[in-house]
Design a protein around this ligand. Structure first.
Ligand code: AMP
Length: 405
């Protein structure tokens, strides 16, 4: 591959599309050159914003198209106009669900697209938007190689007992099982942790991805052995607007006694619960920490309780605990949440250094803590960029290997 290749990384949602452009010649020198987003897709009020690596605004403009393909065409033209001597060689996409079929990133072909379409029922709120972006990009730039990177793939290494529900086998075989999410974030941490703390390369690590969506991963020797999200991204710890684990009997009650249908339950579970539902104030941890209202404090307490309780359960999945890592928006930024969660895990041998915690140090545990605690910023886009480059490199190497055979 020639030097100064550029890779477009896309994370597409229902009405917005976040992008990031990396440049580099190999997986170890990939650097962000632009980030940005298209918002208001499909609304006639589309907006395009882009910043350089130092967060200086390069573009902020309203667009009169609303069609996804037209907007992606605009984005590609803009990127190409900014690349200087570099060449756009591929696009990498975050795709929420790889089902049981995809345990690793894959080059998108018509056959792969058909298989990903078949998985849509497993993630109906997210997968269609991810696939629509791939389809639209293929329409405007058919020669550009595209790579799909899955949020579920990292968890495919889990043992059977972590992957199934205790339900009749035929349902499990149909795909009603635990998949887990935030896999690209966990994979990035698995790559980064041995650089930060080489002695933890083979350790049993509780990774707490605490953002507006939140989950925990039991990671042993860099592989996922268990995680708190399951069939969907609803399960596990409480989140900004999702309740996390909830007795399924509550849903039967709401259906039978209050006449809730699937749409109302979906709205309740995805948008009205979690920190927002409990506090009645906000889904944002910053607002809750800044509020005097007792309901805000209760919401934070419920969140920390859920993280500590389920974190301890994941320690059982690993047969012990050697380290804790906090990452994502809340995990990287909330001194209070890290302090409360680690306090609740104190009985396992976790002791925080309050000054290091306040200073946002990389290692925030006390010198005599049996279990070290780290804060490691996640970088899912970097992970997608590396995967995209690797998939292309493997394709280029494959004919050579075949010839050598
Ligand atoms: P993410 O989904 O990883 O982008 O995380 C977003 C969330 O991180 C926001 O909704 C906030 O709740 C939280 N967050 C960001 N900055 C802070 C902060 N300084 N203190 C507490 N929470 C924060």
């Amino acid at each position: 591959m020639s030097e100064r290749n550029a890779y477009l990384i896309i994370n597409a949602g229902s009405s917005s599309l976040k992008f990031c452009v990396f440049q580099g010649s190999g997986t170890e020198d990939l650097e962000v050159v632009f980030t940005g987003q298209m918002s208001g897709i499909g609304t006639q009020q589309a907006k395009f914003e882009a910043k350089d690596a130092h967060k200086h605004v390069l573009a902020s403009t309203a667009l009169d198209q609303s069609d996804r393909a037209a907007l992606l065409g605009y984005l590609l033209d803009w990127i190409r106009s900014q690349l200087g001597g570099a060449k756009l060689v591929a696009a990498g996409h975050r795709v929420v669900h790889g089902g049981t079929r995809f345990a690793a990133p894959v080059r998108v072909t018509p056959q792969v697209m058909a298989e990903l379409e078949a998985i849509v029922p497993l993630a109906p709120l997210h997968q269609p938007h991810n696939l629509a972006a791939i389809g639209a990009l293929a329409d405007v730039y058919p020669e550009l190689p595209q790579v799909a990177c899955f949020d579920t793939a990292f968890h495919q290494s889990q043992p059977w007992q972590s992957q199934v529900f205790a339900i009749p086998r035929e349902l499990t075989q149909e795909g009603v099982r635990r998949y887990g999410f935030h896999g690209l974030s966990y994979e990035y941490i698995a790559h980064r942790l041995p650089q930060v703390a080489p002695e933890l390369a083979d350790a049993r690590v509780l990774v707490c991805h605490l953002g507006s969506g939140a989950s925990l991963c039991a990671m042993a020797a860099g592989r996922s052995v268990d995680t708190t999200m399951g069939f969907t991204a609803l399960d596990g710890v409480p989140m900004g607007t999702r309740p996390g684990t909830i007795d399924p009997g509550v849903l039967i009650y709401l259906m039978r006694q209050k006449g809730y249908g699937a749409d109302e339950i979906e709205k309740l579970l995805y948008h009205k619960s979690g920190m927002l539902g409990v506090s009645g104030i906000s889904n944002d941890m910053r607002d809750l920490e800044g509020s005097e209202a007792p309901e805000a404090a209760e919401a934070v307490e419920l969140f920390c309780h859920g993280v500590a309780k389920q974190g301890a359960a994941l320690a059982a999945s690993m047969g012990g605990l050697d380290a804790v890592v906090f990452t994502a928006g809340v995990g990287e930024n909330s001194t209070l949440v890290r302090a409360r969660v680690t306090e609740k895990l104190g009985w396992l041998g976790v002791r925080l250094d309050p000054a290091a915690n306040r200073a946002k140090a990389t290692r925030i545990s006390a010198a005599d803590s049996r279990i070290p605690v780290y804060v490691i910023p996640t970088d899912e886009e970097q992970m997608i960029a590396r995967h995209t480059l690797r998939v292309l490199q493997a394709e280029q190497a494959a004919p050579v290997l075949a010839a050598a055979d």
